[in-house]
Ligand binder design. Sequence first.
Ligand SMILES: CC(C)(COP(=O)(O)OP(=O)(O)OC[C@H]1O[C@@H](n2cnc3c(N)ncnc32)[C@H](O)[C@@H]1OP(=O)(O)O)[C@@H](O)C(=O)NCCC(=O)NCCS
Length: 141
Amino acid sequence: MKLRRLTSEDMEQVIAIQQSITRQPVSPNWRKMLAQHVSDPCQAGLVAEIDDKVIGFILGEIKVGGFGSELTGWLEMVGVSPEHMGAGVGRALAQGLFEYFTKQGVTEVLTAVRWDSGDMLAFFKNLGFDRSPFINLRLVV
Ligand SMILES: CC(C)(COP(=O)(O)OP(=O)(O)OC[C@H]1O[C@@H](n2cnc3c(N)ncnc32)[C@H](O)[C@@H]1OP(=O)(O)O)[C@@H](O)C(=O)NCCC(=O)NCCS
């Protein structure tokens, strides 16, 4: 397995993985968000591939200021194709993203997970994440 930066040529394969996880088509906004992870230098995207086939992806962003640190790394989304889950791909992608964050001077990584998503919580806890001092607030407008 090889890790490398996400490129625009990977977009359709990443979209296919996301659709196989959620079992619904990605929205035009999702597609746009993915394209921004290729073009915007503050956003990070990595893919894992085997034999030139993309089998997983991870998306992140570095935010300046806020949340108590000068720079914070955000793990925004991670997905592994169902036939490759449970084989260390997600962990390798997360470690690749953390290495990238570290090189950019980030010392703290944040993420958010649905409170009832036990699988994702178990995965993040396994990577070493714990509860942050912050809580998410929401306003429906
Ligand atoms: C969560 C996900 C990214 C993990 O990637 P993965 O390649 O399957 O996970 P890994 O094999 O790297 O596992 C890393 C560690 O997390 C743990 N873990 C991974 N998935 C887990 C799960 N579903 N439940 C419990 N623990 C889990 C593993 O046990 C492993 O620990 P270990 O190294 O001590 O054995 C991947 O399974 C995935 O894409 N799942 C679908 C996500 C989803 O449902 N998204 C919907 C909202 S977008």
